[in-house]
Design a protein around this ligand. Structure first.
Ligand SMILES: [Zn+2]
Length: 499
């Protein structure tokens, strides 16, 4: 497999990148419940592998600040955030209406510490965006993040708050255009929906399509209004292998980078697209999956790497460990070091696992059709007369990072919050789909607007993110970063001289 080869002149692919890695030692203790496939323990397993492979010492290891209510409310509805904060396993029986309203209870259960779990994983993703905005690293990693299904006022698909949307909103403060790429096996519906009507965020999702959760992500869903051609969907079928996947991924993403020219990229690295996943049905190897990271990295654009799905947890840890190595430019040994979760990795105790012999249902002809369709859409974007790319404004000087800075109230400048009033909130999915369909039907039959449709108006071009067009002139926030002392290996201590 080739290495991408799209390095910018400013740095070859082999050049080391400065990497920030967000990890909270508590994250592995959260538990969705018996039999639930989503296991935050996989994040701790990943971390243990990173520690024992000696990768932590090559990057800045940070404990995220928990996101606060008002941080979450940059995207989510106030009443939904209040609900998440107050609901407990003990009180949920008294809140049946609310549970139903916010889609909490089954796929998205109430469990002990639910709200702090949300604060932790969102804090890591937003913290990564802040680090990138300040130019303090080239790549930021938060394997606990990437929960792409969460909606403005609804939990979905094991996701409660959408850390990705929050991180992209943060990146939009500094970057005119942000690219979101999603390689989870499921469609990145929550992120697509949030930015469906803006041209400042392009979303590209590669996913299983057809009788599969969440059901959205048709190749014909391309964005709406100003956002037309800024949503890309790559629908795939069972058993796709590395070669077929990259037959699409590389030309499509290469073209996206050429025509969209993002100032920052967010890559959701959901590991349920790996071969042998408990819920997935693709046949990617870890190297094939990681090739997406390598390819994105080769463009030398600030990169936020997030986790996502992944339900055969030994393979999730393998994958995200290997991808951390790719981010660092370090080739990780296949032989696994002894560590506390070593027994999960038998009988081979190796990092890489062979893909299966399952049938690849993606015919070459179908792949060609999808590729041509998407490249055609991208060429329309390229030639659209209204599309005028602006040069990125220069970075604003920022003060020295105070590593001991720990005042939660000073972390984010409240004045720079991208609060949006209701009429600027993104279109809910169901409404969005109706809007798109009704465009074809000349805006007739606009029925079935649910409670989530409040705030929807037909002038759909105005969205959360178009509200922030002049973001580059806003004052830069204080970094929301705290160094995690007890979590750093001794070997990396010297990297943090106390100021
Ligand atoms: Zn998934």
């Amino acid at each position: 497999m080739d290495t991408g080869g799209n390095s910018l002149p400013s740095g070859a692919d082999g050049v080391k990148r400065k990497v920030c890695y967000f990890y909270d030692p508590e994250v592995g203790n959260y538990y969705y419940g018996q039999g639930h496939p989503m296991k935050p323990h996989r994040i701790r397993m990943t971390h243990a592998l990173l520690a024992h492979y000696g990768l932590l010492q090559h990057m800045q290891v940070l404990k995220p600040f928990p996101a606060r209510d008002r941080d979450l409310c940059r995207f989510h509805a106030d009443d939904y955030v209040s609900f998440l904060r107050s609901i407990t396993p003990e009180t949920q029986q008294d809140q049946l209406r609310q549970l139903k309203r916010f889609n909490v209870g089954e796929d998205c259960p109430v469990f002990d510490g639910l709200y702090s779990f949300c604060q932790t994983y969102a804090g890591g993703s937003v913290g990564g965006a802040v680090k990138l905005n300040h130019g303090l690293c080239d790549i930021a990693i938060n394997w606990a993040g990437g929960l792409h299904h969460a909606k403005k006022c609804e939990a979905s698909g094991f996701c409660y708050v959408n850390d990705i949307v929050l991180a992209i909103l943060e990146l939009l403060k500094q970057h005119e255009r942000v690219l979101y790429v999603d390689i989870d096996i499921h469609h990145g519906d929550g992120v697509e929906e949030a930015f469906y009507t803006t041209d400042r965020v392009m979303t590209v999702s590669f996913h299983k399509f057809g009788d599969y959760f969440p059901g959205t992500g048709d190749v014909r869903d391309i964005g709406y209004g100003k956002g037309k051609y800024y949503s890309l969907n790559v629908p795939l079928d069972d058993g796709i292998d590395d070669e077929s996947y990259h037959h699409l991924f590389k030309p499509i993403i290469g073209k996206v980078m050429e025509v969209f020219r993002p100032g920052a990229v967010v890559l959701q690295c959901g590991a349920d697209s790996l071969s042998g996943d408990r819920l997935g049905c693709f046949n990617l190897s870890i190297k094939g999956h990681a090739e997406c990271v390598k390819f994105m990295r080769s463009f030398n654009v600030p990169l936020l790497l997030l986790g996502g799905g992944g339900y055969t947890i030994r393979n999730v840890a393998r994958c995200w460990c290997y991808e951390t190595g790719v981010a660092l430019g370090v080739e990780v040994d296949d032989k696994m070091p002894q560590h506390e979760y070593y027994e999960y990795f038998g009988p081979d105790y190796a990092l890489h696992v062979a893909p299966s012999n399952m049938e690849n249902k993606n015919s070459r002809q179908l792949l060609e059709e999808i590729r041509n369709k998407l490249l055609d859409n991208l060429s329309k974007l390229q030639h659209a007369p209204s599309v005028q790319f602006q040069e990125r404004p220069p970075d604003t000087e920022i003060p020295e990072v105070d590593e001991d800075q720990d005042d939660a109230d000073e972390r984010w400048d409240p004045d720079s919050d991208m609060d949006v009033d209701d009429e600027h909130k993104p279109l809910p999915n169901r409404v969005k789909r109706e809007a798109v369909e009704s465009e074809v039907r000349d805006m007739e039959g606009h029925k079935g607007m649910s409670e989530h449709a409040r705030g929807f108006d037909t002038n759909a071009e105005e969205t959360a993110s178009t509200k922030v067009l002049d973001m580059s002139s806003m004052p830069i926030d204080e970094p929301n970063i705290k160094i995690e002392q007890e979590n750093m290996s001794k070997a990396s201590d010297h990297m943090y001289p106390k100021s």
